[in-house]
Write a protein that binds this ligand. Structure first.
Ligand code: SAM
Ligand code: SF4
Ligand code: SF4
Length: 346
């Protein structure tokens, strides 16, 4: 390491509201093989849409540098996301690089699993990937195809879940976004399907991320409503959080059928414990999922900034952070310009 690249310190970074930085989400592409109607609706992300060119994306070497800088500020967990992260070629090479960085203890991936063959799952695992979260919004083809809008059948994702389960990851979780009028009738069928399967199913409230998904609060089925619906048929009880700041509230079936979770980001915001930064595919850091703009690291890297200087800049950015969008959401704030989900990946 060049002397100018010596880390300034290994101290945790704390923001203006006393929140330490622990996690970094890394989006590796803005492209996706799905067109989920609540995320990349076809009328916006159609044939004419200009996706990023390869040269505009962070290279794996640049991501590695950024993760190293963040690890010196207390980040231990990295989540890879997209767009769809499995459409970025050689993702395993990035995972290997990240898993060799001091201080990084956990690497996970969020995927729609359409490209998660048994071979791919095994190569991701051996590259150092620890956990996988798979998104699945319905268990019947008609609803699921209405969500993904590209004709992918449920079985394709179930095969991906099986492949992940057999590849030896530390955990495989299934995430379902619930949007009223789209798939709320799938909550119980999904709960029944995964009850007793060993897989943890988590329900996510539909959020007003970006400006293209036509969010409205009427479309949010709250975590409390979801739990009450499930509880009426399959009684559940609460489980204590695994750690402070865990975003999912945990529940378990009283009959031993396993665990479920709800992520009530709209109805019960958790900004007070939000320890997460997000890196977009073009190298901008966002300190909140609902931010209008990010802080451009790619330009700094391509101008030759040292890692030590990069760390100083990011520390300053985090120290000024006062984001608490979900706690202060208003009719007006919903309409303000916000980064699209496919740029920062949830
Ligand atoms: N393509 C991958 C996938 O779908 O798992 C990773 C990126 S995707 C943006 C990450 C997660 O965000 C998915 O579980 C998706 O369902 C969720 N998501 C997308 N738009 C959302 C919204 N408006 N509200 C809540 N969750 C959303
Ligand atoms: Fe693609 Fe994931 Fe967005 Fe669906 S939720 S369009 S799979 S990025
Ligand atoms: Fe964190 Fe922003 Fe979500 Fe609040 S709204 S939990 S600050 S990402």
């Amino acid at each position: 390491m060049a002397s100018s690249d010596k880390p300034t310190s290994y101290l945790p970074a704390t923001d203006a509201l006393g929140r330490d930085l622990h996690d970094l989400r890394v989006s590796v592409t803005d492209r996706c093989n799905f067109r989920c109607v609540y995320c990349m609706p076809k009328e916006v992300f159609g044939r004419g849409y200009k996706f990023l060119q390869k040269t505009e994306l962070l290279t794996f070497e640049e991501i590695e540098k950024i993760v190293r800088v963040f690890s010196r500020m207390g980040v231990k967990k990295i989540r890879l996301t997209g767009g769809e992260p499995l459409v970025r070629s050689e993702l395993e090479r990035l995972i290997e690089k990240i898993s060799n960085i001091d201080g990084i203890a956990d690497i996970s991936l969020t995927t729609n699993a359409a490209l998660l063959s048994p071979k791919r799952a095994a190569s991701l695992r051996s590259a150092g990937l620890d956990r996988v979260n798979i998104s699945l919004d319905a268990i019947d083809d008609e609803t699921f195809m209405a969500v993904n809008d590209v004709g992918i059948p449920v079985q394709k994702v179930l095969d991906g879940i099986t492949a992940a389960s057999e590849a030896g990851f530390k955990s495989v979780k299934v995430n379902m976004v619930v949007k009223r009028g789209l798939n709320e009738h799938s909550v119980l069928p999904m709960a029944r399907y995964f009850h007793g399967s060993g897989q943890i199913l988590r329900f996510i409230e539909f959020m007003d991320v970006g400006n293209t998904n036509r969010w409205h609060d009427n479309a949010v089925m709250t975590g409390a409503e979801i739990i009450s619906l499930i509880n009426a048929e399959m009684p559940v009880e609460t489980v204590s959080p695994n750690y402070r700041g865990e975003v999912a509230q945990r529940w378990q079936y009283q009959d031993g059928g396993g665990e479920i979770g709800v992520i009530s980001s709209v109805s019960q915001p958790f900004c007070g414990d939000c320890s997460r930064a997000r890196l977009s595919a073009v190298g901008k850091i966002y300190t909140c999922l609902f931010a209008s703009d990010g802080f451009d690291l790619l330009s700094l890297l391509r101008e030759g900034i040292s890692e030590a200087e990069l760390e100083t800049r990011v520390r300053k950015l985090w120290s000024r952070r006062r984001d608490r969008y979900s706690e202060t959401r208003t009719v007006e704030s919903v309409l303000k310009p916000k980064v699209e989900m496919s740029y920062i990946g949830g």
